[in-house]
Ligand binder design. Structure first.
Ligand SMILES: [Zn+2]
Length: 106
């Protein structure tokens, strides 16, 4: 979402406070890295959440440079399949963790 919105917010790619900035995107993932919040595979969560929070301050896409994890390919494939097959609740595998833990309040 940030990568898609960035060119609209920063058409001159100057970061927060830079010339041509249209708006400011402030993102702070609630419960980032936890099952009840935004999360990925578990091994890359902390780095991704930290990069998102740095972006909210800097407005620079370079905050995401060097971030990569195998789970991004699996996620992209799951999204592609969900768009191809009209299933109301999706067909993605359980993202991680024990189902009972996911159902309990954190
Ligand atoms: Zn990952």
């Amino acid at each position: 979402m940030i990568r898609r919105a960035h060119p609209t917010i920063h058409p001159k790619n100057t970061g927060n406070g830079g010339e041509g900035q249209v708006s400011r995107l402030i993102v702070h993932p609630t419960a980032g890295g936890r099952v009840r919040g935004a999360h990925n595979c578990g091994s890359c969560d902390a780095e991704v959440v930290a990069a998102i929070e740095r972006y909210a301050v800097s407005g620079e896409l370079e905050e995401f440079d060097g971030l990569s994890c195998e789970c991004e390919k699996a996620w992209a494939e799951e999204i592609s399949l969900e768009h191809a097959l009209p299933t109301p609740l999706g067909i993605s595998k359980t993202r991680r963790g024990n189902v009972l833990d996911a159902l309990r309040a954190p």
